[in-house]
Design a protein around this ligand. Structure first.
Ligand code: ADP
Ligand code: MG
Length: 327
């Protein structure tokens, strides 16, 4: 049987090195949680996450270098957001085919802009020669015991999604020359792909309210499946409750807009769960940060995710989400 990305991690890397009491949470979530030190009295924990973007796989190779840099930092910060962490700093490991000054100048400008926007300075890294590849490690902090994880969802909890999903998937069609739209629509969708918004304020405000959270990088259903697996539960999603993008619906049919909202990756919205009794507090919290969160379903006993179509029947979906080495 060929190994997919997650089997591979489980089999070869899940248990590497000694157990350590400094590791509050290791492999398997959006970020790892470490105790900030040995001595008592520490009230913050360190959250660490890393993500690699390979040219041609995670971004078009000949894209604008400033946009590539923006995207690279933003998608990495999204993992901190999913953990409820506040960014502290980041490291950059850059592999370049050549030291092209013009490319580097654009890249540095985009990177600096994103670093300013999210108050997250670059503190180190590594530079090597090879096929274009950008690896970023982000460091963040969270009050002890308050990080959001993938493992806390309980049957009966409500499933929420922030903002709108499916727009980055539509942008990909535009980037690949498969779709065209009028300029404003294209610009909106392309910005969603190149400059996704890490939902940091949502993550920090949901501490103590959300029972589990994940950022949607591979597709809403695929990423919700990670919450379900890590929490030992299932979920039921009502497709009719999903917010659909108006710009996407100008490009494609309602059915495809829905399919992309459920399975398209790269939106970096937060999917989270919370006990039903907290719904008015969740609404107030999201209102205070000006970001809508929509209740789209519920956590169930058992395992697997059932998606109910607008006509009440179980939906057949074309792809569950992106997997490297996937078959
Ligand atoms: P995300 O989509 O949030 O970046 P991934 O799906 O890439 O998360 O990874 C799932 C989990 O596996 C994460 O906890 C990640 O840190 C861990 N992981 C991925 N690759 C490796 C590796 N080569 N060695 C150790 N842990 C890994
Ligand atoms: Mg993630």
């Amino acid at each position: 049987m060929p190994l997919d990305e997650f089997d591979l991690i489980d089999r070869f890397f899940r248990h590497c090195g000694p157990e350590s009491s400094n590791v509050v949470l290791g492999i398997g979530d959006d970020g790892a949680i470490l105790q900030a030190g040995h001595t008592g009295g520490n009230t913050e924990e360190l959250v660490v996450a890393t993500d690699t973007l390979v040219a041609g796989t995670h971004f078009p190779e000949h894209g604008d270098p400033a946009e590539i840099a923006q995207r690279a930092l933003r998608v990495n910060l999204s993992d901190l957001a999913a953990m409820g962490a506040q960014p502290t700093a980041f490291l950059l490991a850059l592999t370049l085919p050549e030291a092209d000054e013009q490319w580097l100048s654009g890249f540095a400008q985009g990177l600096s802009q994103a670093a300013q926007t999210f108050t997250c300075p670059l503190i180190g890294g590594d530079t090597t020669k090879g096929p274009l590849c950008i690896s970023i490690t982000t460091l963040g902090s969270v009050p002890r015991g308050q990080a959001l994880t993938r493992s806390g969802a309980r049957p009966g909890d409500i499933v929420y999604i922030t903002g709108i999903t499916g727009e980055a998937r539509a942008a990909l069609d535009i980037l690949q020359g498969k779709s065209r739209a009028e300029t404003n629509t294209e610009n909106h969708l392309l910005a969603r792909y190149w400059r996704p918004e890490p939902r940091i304020a949502a993550g920090t405000h949901l501490r103590g309210l959300a029972s589990a959270a994940i950022d949607v990088s591979d597709g809403l259903l695929a990423d919700l499946q990670h919450i379900a697996d890590n929490s030992g539960v299932g979920a039921i999603i009502e497709a009719g409750k999903l917010p659909l993008s108006k710009p996407v619906q100008t490009l494609t049919s309602h059915q495809w807009a829905l399919q992309w909202a459920l399975t398209g990756g790269d939106d970096y919205e937060l999917c989270f769960t919370a006990a039903p009794g907290l719904s008015s507090r969740i609404d107030a919290c999201m209102q205070s940060i000006g970001l809508p969160a929509t209740a789209i379903g519920a956590i169930t006993h058992g395992q697997g995710i059932v998606c109910i179509a607008e006509n009440g029947e179980a939906m057949a979906l074309q792809t569950p989400g992106y997997r490297h080495f996937g078959v």
